[in-house]
Design a protein around this ligand. Structure first.
Ligand code: HEM
Length: 479
């Protein structure tokens, strides 16, 4: 009432100005200044063209054409929703940093169906925070030093021990075995080679195919098979959890010695059984696929860059000499911290290979950025690959050049544009473990072997990464 009274007291011209202001604001909301772009076909939009497989070291024809035509921020219709696609480093950062305020994680329903409704990739808000805290505590730097470093080295040596000189094998398969065994051990103390671990690994392959397939729950489809695999995997996890809970009752929680995520979650959190199972499954997924592909890419890039292999060998030879002088056999945290060039190789691999090419978000408020409107409810895709391969930000972006990351190199790229691990409140919880895994694996690889491709292969983005031939290599031991 009082607002109406005050309005009546205004002069007619002020009233008119007020009316025009609100009218224009309404028009603006109805016809916002959307980024340029196209909608493609009805319903399907441009999804198929966007997802069309392409070499992992490129951004693909679709992105290339769209960026050339519309610029680094454009609109489209993807995954059945109106979408803003961003190849702009600033906007990508802005999106990630404003998680929960302006944008929210929003993966397609199929991912939630497979990874589970309590998976960290689909949770938002407080529940995401508490799951994240459990994961971060589990992957804390104290645990990395004391538990994970020796375990990573043990698993590396175990995988490499089965390699035979002169006999071709799939490097992709081997690094997948390595990261899977490592995660299975750390998540629920499964030992490599045990029947249960092998069963889980086989189920997991079917499961993965479903994560990236169309969500058609009809008998025989990849999605259907993956849902069945999910149940089998959860069956194993559940059985293990029951055994563990029973043992904890029998011997007392404090005497339980298994230092894995399962024990951690059972002892230290108020999560339900279903929530713990989804947490374990999503960590197995997040921690296995990504770092194994990163390692396969490193092996691939290094094979055609002998200069980098040589510099790595020098770095790791020095570390080995120091270890021998100390009379030690295993790598220490101090040794790991000396692996500077190795970290350059890791960064460059992730920049050029782009294991996680883009993430899914949606705008939860109406957002304005560089004059463009991003309407509330629209899907938003920050495409990291497009930033990492942007020639305005990286000289010769398609070249594998680990030296660009050297601290004193003149053209060292800005770290703020490097988003291989995402950023903001959802920054990859396993960043430090991933770096450690890759560095320790590389330490032994370059000191023990020379390797070459058995036949040409190349990583493709489907958009998940894969070497279609499995990256077949032959090794020769360094004596
Ligand atoms: C080179 C290897 C890796 C890469 C490139 C990578 C990349 C990423 C990216 C880009 C995200 C953000 C997803 C988003 O914002 O929607 C993410 C999230 C996550 N990653 Fe990684 N990751 C790697 C290894 C690992 C490992 C080894 C683990 C665990 C053991 C792990 C656990 C997670 C978890 C739990 C999340 C969810 C974080 C959250 O939502 O708060 N990642 N990762």
């Amino acid at each position: 009432m009082s607002i109406l009274k005050e309005l009546l007291l205004l002069s007619p011209s002020a009233l008119l100005a007020l009316f025009i202001f609100f009218y224009l604001a309404r028009c603006k909301r109805k016809h916002p200044n959307l980024p340029p772009g196209s909608r493609g076909f009805p319903l399907l939009g441009e999804t198929f063209a966007y997802l069309k497989p392409h070499s992992a070291t490129t951004i693909g024809k679709f992105m290339e054409l769209h960026i050339n035509r519309y610029g680094k921020i454009y609109r489209s219709n993807l995954f059945g929703e109106p979408t803003i696609v961003s190849a702009d480093a600033g906007l990508n950062r802005f999106i990630l940093l404003n998680e929960g305020r302006l944008f929210e994680c929003s993966y397609p329903k199929s991912i939630g169906g497979i990874l589970g409704k309590w998976s960290m990739l689909v949770l938002v808000g407080e529940m995401h925070q508490s799951m994240r805290m459990i994961s971060l505590n589990f992957l804390s730097s104290a645990r990395l030093r004391a538990v994970l470093l020796p375990e990573v080295e043990r698993q590396t040596l175990m995988v490499m021990a089965s390699w035979k000189e002169g006999v071709a094998f799939s490097a992709q398969e081997e690094v997948k075995k390595f990261t899977f065994n490592l995660m299975a051990k750390n998540i629920m103390s499964l030992e490599p080679g045990e029947p249960e671990t092998e069963k889980l690994r086989r189920e997991y392959i079917t499961f993965m195919k479903g994560v990236v397939s169309a969500p058609l729950n009809l008998p025989g489809t990849s999605y259907w098979k993956a849902l069945k695999s999910r149940s089998s995997i959860l069956g194993v996890i559940e059985r293990k959890m029951e055994e563990r809970s029973q043992r904890m009752i029998e011997i007392g929680e404090e005497r339980e010695r298994e230092d894995d995520l399962m024990g951690w979650a059972l002892k230290q959190s108020a999560l339900s059984k279903e929530q713990i199972m989804d947490l374990l499954l999503s960590l197995l997924f997040a921690g296995h696929e990504t770092s194994s592909m990163a390692l396969a890419l490193t092996i691939f890039f290094l094979e055609s860059c002998p200069k980098a292999v040589q510099e790595l060998q020098e770095e790791h030879d020095n570390i080995l000499k120091m270890m021998r002088e100390r009379g030690e056999h295993g790598l220490s945290w101090d040794d790991y911290k000396l692996m500077d060039f190795t970290q350059c190789v890791i960064n460059e691999t992730l920049r050029l290979g782009n294991v996680v090419r883009f993430v899914h978000r949606k705008a939860i408020r109406h957002v304005r950025y560089k004059g463009y409107d991003i309407p509330c409810g629209w899907k938003v895709l920050p495409v990291f690959a497009a930033v990492h391969l942007d020639e305005e930000l990286y000289t010769e972006p398609h070249q594998f050049n680990p030296w660009r990351w050297k601290e004193n190199s003149s053209g060292m790229p800005a770290m703020s544009n490097f988003m291989a691990y995402g950023g903001g409140p959802r920054l990859c919880a396993g960043t430090e473990l991933a770096k450690l895994e890759m560095a320790v694996f590389l330490h032994h690889l370059v000191l023990k072997f020379r390797w070459e491709l058995e036949e040409p292969d190349c990583a493709f983005a489907f958009p998940f990464l894969d070497f279609p031939k499995g990256l077949p290599i032959k090794i020769q031991a360094i004596t």
